[in-house]
Ligand binder design. Structure first.
Ligand SMILES: Cc1cc2nc3c(=O)[nH]c(=O)nc-3n(C[C@H](O)[C@H](O)[C@H](O)COP(=O)(O)OP(=O)(O)OC[C@H]3O[C@@H](n4cnc5c(N)ncnc54)[C@H](O)[C@@H]3O)c2cc1C
Length: 409
């Protein structure tokens, strides 16, 4: 069995950022990636692009290096950027190595991997911010012969059989996929839940600029109304086609049929709750809160008048049922859940929702175990290309101090 000081599990942006910071701190480590660098991004749908602008890509030592800082990188450019990042940092990545399990041994860990055993005194888990696609229990009532996909399984409109498409879940992914499908001429029904929304651009500046400058991105879990608010959708917007507004109203205008929450299927029909207006009102309330932050910042910095008024009136006659014989496919875009506890043997290291219990990324229950890239690890931006570097630096610093303290002399 080989051994190393630190094993970083996962070669996405979080694992690479941790590697860059460990390198800077002179800590011996290896990054184990079950696929290729940026594997998760590679698996996103064909027309996928960032929602956050390129200028907000701030990985340690390697900010966005392209010619379009105000654009939104498409999938393959994100992957190419991460590959350049790994090369520029000389990150010691071992691709195609799957970590099947990790066990405690003496003061350290033993990793069981597809390339053999590895002993490490410290483990950094960077296995993804959005791990297990969530499907509501009601999904089980759909006929098994009807094509059902998660966003991960969706590639493009052309890959779907003919017929209507029922998209279940109206977060960023669901809205983007619904928009793409309706633009391709599909009849789309979107079963809506709740999500915040905001205009793509306010007073000539991108919504993410306002989110950064107002401190919205720095909100920590403790400041959320409830820890479960970590599972809320992100602010609706899209970077597609150079970026534009995307929310339930824009989708309705483009011909998407909006329905309430998906309740299940019986007698060949899908059923929807009578809660669309409530969900829109919930999103509008989050919009007002965001607008309040923007107005506050604009007043503080003398940024001039900001045209963020009341949301337009919303009217709809949402269907309560849908004949499934007219539906060619169902795409589930209902968010994600953490999946650490399915393969890490320390239930005490995770809270009720499955998120790590930690101090600045250091597990409280398991000494030597660290996390990077968790949604809301420290703040709202922790899982983003914007903010993961800040957390990675703290984790690498803590590891360097811990290893230094453990070494004789
Ligand atoms: C649809 C969607 C859109 C997003 N858009 C944006 C955006 O516009 N801007 C932004 O900043 N963020 C965005 N994010 C959030 C975030 O940036 C991404 O989720 C990003 O992929 C997270 O990077 P990561 O390194 O934490 O995780 P991942 O990219 O998921 O990387 C984790 C890696 O770990 C590997 N791995 C997992 N388990 C093991 C194991 N046991 N052994 C070995 N390897 C393993 C995986 O193969 C993977 O490569 C988006 C997320 C989603 C879901």
């Amino acid at each position: 069995m080989t051994s190393v000081d630190v094993a970083v599990v996962g070669g996405g942006q979080a694992g690479l950022a941790a590697s860059a910071e460990l390198m800077r701190a002179g800590v011996e480590h290896v990054v184990l990636e079950r696929g290729r660098v940026g594997e998760t991004w590679r698996g996103r749908w064909d027309s996928f692009c960032l929602v956050t602008p390129n200028w907000s890509v701030r990985l340690p030592g390697y900010p966005y290096d392209g010619s379009d800082p105000d654009g939104y990188m498409p999938r393959d450019e994100i992957v190419a950027y991460l590959e350049r990042y790994a090369a520029a940092c000389a990150a010691p990545v071992r691709e195609w190595v799957d970590v099947r399990s990790i066990a405690r041994e003496d003061d350290g860990f033993v990793l069981d991997t597809t390339a053999g055993g590895l002993a490490a005194s410290t483990v950094v888990v960077a296995t993804g911010a959005y791990q297990r696609p969530h499907r509501p229990a009601a999904a089980a009532s759909l006929p098994p012969d009807l094509l059902q996909l998660d966003a991960e399984g969706y590639t493009s409109e052309r890959s779907l059989p003919p017929g209507r498409v029922l998209v279940v879940g109206s977060g960023q992914s669901g809205c983007q996929i619904a928009e793409e499908l309706v633009e391709a001429g599909r009849d789309v029904v979107l079963a809506c839940g709740r999500a915040p929304w905001a205009p793509r651009s306010v007073a000539g500046r991108d919504l993410i600029w306002w989110a950064v400058e107002t401190g919205y991105m720095d909100v920590a879990v403790d400041a959320l109304p409830d820890p479960a608010a970590r599972l809320w959708g992100n602010v609706l917007a899209t970077g597609h086609g150079g970026g534009h507004d995307l929310d339930l109203r824009t989708l309705q205008r483009s011909g998407v049929t909006l329905a309430g929450r998906f309740l299940g299927a019986d007698g060949g029909r899908a059923r929807f709750a009578d809660d669309l207006a409530e969900s829109v009102a919930w999103g509008d309330e989050r919009y007002r809160q965001f607008a309040g932050l923007v107005h506050g910042l604009a007043a503080e910095r003398g940024l001039g008048p900001i045209a963020l008024g009341e949301p337009p009136r919303f009217e709809a006659k949402p269907p309560r049922h849908l004949d499934l014989a007219t539906v060619g496919a169902v795409v589930f875009t209902c968010g994600f859940r953490p999946d650490y506890s399915s393969w890490l043997p320390w239930p005490e290291a995770f809270d009720d929702l499955g998120f790590p219990v930690h101090d600045d990324g250091a597990s409280r229950a398991v000494p030597g175990l660290y996390f990077v890239g968790v949604h809301f690890l420290r703040t709202r931006k922790s899982s983003l290309l914007l903010g993961v570097g800040e957390d990675a630096a703290l984790v690498a610093g803590a590891i360097a101090r811990r290893l230094g303290a453990a070494r004789p002399g």
